[in-house]
Design a protein around this ligand. Structure first.
Ligand SMILES: Cc1ncc(COP(=O)(O)O)c(C=O)c1O
Ligand SMILES: [Zn+2]
Length: 416
């Protein structure tokens, strides 16, 4: 790591800068690297001593301590999904299963890197605003590291996500209001009490954790880029992270192209898709990013993880979509929910609504003739179905209750 660059105005900061946003314009910061030095370090590859995301240490902004991270974050499987792909005539469909992270979502990637950063600078209380997953992730990883976590969530966050955070011993504030209200309060409280604020988008280290997902896909594919990766998007930090990961690999000479990064949002929480479309429709190829606004919407979707009024990493995400040539897909809740059992039944992977949205988006893109049958497509499955059983339950019939007899089984008319 050799400094920071503002996504909006391009102002740079030195590596010892300790703020989170651009001091000139308030924009989000991108962490920069001396890519030539990293490329030299990587001449023999990443090495194989670790299975978690810290195996990519030369491209991560953390001190190399030699002490392993106490939980295995990242190193998740990339599964071929031929039976799911066949439903749409796709021959090369893959699922990146990030539900197997310690707290069961992709958020652990951001948590691991931000907490290592917090420890590098001597912080012992860490805070986060969350729709639910970032909070349960922070609580989980802080418990493993012996740090104290403070979590701000909207009061209607799914019970499983809240229960995880509480079980891990975090202080949990269920804020009367939306995720955006929780976000603003976390900012104020973290300033007031000098907590290390891990909130998505605001803290530049979250993107650095999420980008490890791109490195892993690259490795799982034997050192190649797929044609496209479909990313469920709320704040846009996951998308900007995955885009950044591929840009890093290109900068150090490990790939020659960046895949298309497709953005999927609920049509009732689509600030990033709308902004990207606006710029693309205006034919702006290289806009002046300091003048681009990602306008807030009034979000309301069953996919709580991607329910966001004002995206906190919107500009970087819009850049990632446009510069990679990705698509924007806005879907109604019914399509998102229907994707959950379809994916579960053909792959054995159980997703929460946001995490099933990429498969719903692929259906839409095939319908719109935007994906060829032989394209190598990766859907990011970013969180487990166990995170939000109440909503997932809406997609399946109730079990049939029977007397404990074989006759009752026959009478139920359900024999496979
Ligand atoms: C399961 C899941 N998928 C996708 C996202 C979207 O990430 P971002 O808000 O960075 O766009 C989140 C964020 O909470 C999430 O928890
Ligand atoms: Zn700036």
């Amino acid at each position: 790591m050799n400094g920071y660059r503002c996504f909006a105005c391009s102002a740079t900061q030195a590596a010892d800068f300790v703020g989170f946003v651009c001091p000139r314009c308030g924009g989000n910061l991108d962490i920069t690297y001396d890519y030539a030095a990293v490329a030299e370090k990587l001449a023999d590859g990443f090495g194989h001593s670790r299975t978690d995301l810290f195996r990519y240490a030369p491209l991560l902004p953390v001190k190399e301590t030699g002490t392993p991270f106490p939980l295995r974050v990242g190193g998740t499987p990339l599964y071929a999904a031929p039976r799911l792909g066949q439903l749409l005539g796709l021959n090369n469909l893959y699922l990146k299963d990030d539900t197997v992270n310690p707290s069961a979502s992709t958020k652990d990637r951001a948590g691991a890197v931000t907490l290592r950063r917090a420890m590098d600078i001597g912080a012992d209380v860490v805070s986060v605003a969350s729709t639910g997953n970032a909070g349960s992730s922070l609580a989980c990883l802080a418990a493993a590291l012996g740090l104290r976590a403070v979590v701000f969530v909207p009061e209607d966050a799914p019970a499983a996500k809240l229960t995880q955070s509480l079980s891990f011993g975090a202080t949990v504030f269920a804020v009367r209001g939306s995720y955006d209200d929780a976000f603003d309060l976390c900012l104020k409280a973290s300033d007031e009490f000098s907590w290390f604020n891990r909130s998505t988008g605001y803290n530049p280290f979250t993107r650095e954790g999420k980008k490890s997902c791109a490195y892993e896909i690259w490795e799982s594919l034997g050192g190649r880029a797929p044609d496209r990766i479909v990313v469920p998007t709320g704040d846009g930090n996951l998308l900007s992270g995955i885009w950044k990961g591929w840009c890093d690999l290109r900068e150090v000479g490990l790939v020659d192209r960046v895949p298309k990064i497709d953005c999927v949002q609920s049509d009732a929480s689509a600030a990033i898709c709308l902004a990207a479309r606006r710029i693309r429709d205006a034919g702006e190829i290289d806009p002046d990013w300091s003048t681009v606004a990602v306008d807030a919407v009034k979000a309301s979707t069953v996919a709580d993880s991607i329910s966001v009024d004002q995206p906190r990493d919107g500009l970087a995400a819009v850049r990632g979509i446009l510069e990679s040539g990705g698509e924007t897909v806005m879907l109604p809740d019914e399509q998102i929910l229907a994707a959950i059992p379809e994916m579960a039944r053909t792959t054995g992977i159980f997703a929460e609504p946001a995490a099933a949205a990429p498969w719903a988006a692929v259906q839409q893109l095939v319908h719109d003739d935007k994906i060829d049958a032989d394209e190598l497509v990766v859907c990011l499955v970013s969180g487990s179905g166990l995170k939000d059983v109440a909503n997932v339950q809406k997609t399946v019939a109730a079990p049939v209750t029977i007397d404990p007899t074989v006759e009752a089984i026959m009478n139920a008319g359900l024999l496979p």
